[in-house]
Design a protein around this ligand. Structure first.
Ligand code: SIN
Length: 281
């Protein structure tokens, strides 16, 4: 296969064409995909027609597949796939409804957060021609590069303390205890990308409780300031989903957020796979 890459105009979200992931993928084509992915942090492959097994097989090319550790929305028969959906069947949700409501990087609350996630689109919420449920992606690498030198100096060497337990305990929907299995973690606030060596901002509005020796209010102010910077226009790509899209994002060099601008009977159904990563440094 011969791939082509179309620049999205943003630092991330470039589109790769010339790939049919239902067919065997030779090493050099995969190397081209992986290179584009490493360089840009989010890549889009459109017009795929993947079975769950094909998605898992392609995901394995990036590394060991990891099951989502929270809740029980693995796809029956192929539980490496997390179902992300607002659909209710027989009175029960078929998937995780609120994945990604706030800006985040997947599973930052774990010791070894995933290298990347792959989201495959099966149903897109729409009304007439209007599509809803976009996902926004922001480059934490380009945003770091764009910080003033004084801010880079201020952030150098700082550690950030993240608590999924504390975040989950504020929920009021019966999921208050789902954070209890996850010990609090400390990661560098600026982490080095393990492949490209780029510096990436690494934090979360919901999970980051303390940065360095700053107090609660100062930490919250710095988190807000950095996330406002990362998610400002020059660093963001907005993905308008089409059925058959596969979007792959790097959980070190990007953050993302799903738009919740739709409701049933508008249905959204996605299959997510996740690849194990390494301890941030
Ligand atoms: C996610 O954060 O894993 C899901 C993002 C989305 O549903 O668009």
């Amino acid at each position: 296969m011969t791939i082509a890459i179309r620049d999205s105009g943003a630092p991330l979200g470039h589109e790769i064409s010339g790939v049919d992931l239902t067919r065997p993928l030779d090493d050099s084509t995969f190397a081209g995909i992986e290179k584009a992915f490493n360089n840009c942090g989010v890549v889009v492959i459109r017009d795929q027609n993947l079975t769950p097994a094909q998605q898992v097989a392609f995901t394995r090319r990036f590394g060991e597949v990891e099951r989502y550790p929270v809740g029980s929305f693995g796809l029956p028969g192929q539980d490496e796939i997390l179902v992300v959906s607002n659909i209710i069947e027989e009175g029960k949700p078929i998937g995780l409804i609120d994945a990604g409501r706030n800006w985040h990087s997947d599973m930052l609350f774990t010791q070894r957060p995933p290298r990347c996630s792959l989201l495959y689109c099966l149903e897109v919420p729409h009304q007439d021609d209007k599509i809803f449920g976009d996902t926004l992606f922001a480059s934490t690498a380009a945003a770091y590069d764009g910080l003033p030198a004084g801010m880079k100096q201020r952030l150098a060497g700082l550690k950030a303390f993240h608590s999924f337990r504390a975040y989950a305990s504020t929920k009021t929907d019966g999921r208050e205890k789902e954070g209890e299995a996850f010990p609090d973690v400390i990661h560098p606030l600026v982490r080095t990308h393990p492949i490209t060596g780029r510096q990436c901002l690494y934090l979360s509005h919901s999970l980051t409780r303390r940065i360095g020796d700053l107090g609660e209010t100062e930490t919250a102010a710095l988190v807000r300031q950095l996330i406002d910077h990362i998610t400002s226009e020059p660093y963001v790509y907005r993905h308008h989903w089409r059925v058959g899209d596969l979007v792959i994002w790097d959980n070190c060099s990007s953050m993302h957020r799903a738009m919740f601008d739709y409701a049933l009977p508008q249905r959204r159904r996605m299959h997510r796979t996740t690849v194990m990563g390494t301890q941030p440094f």
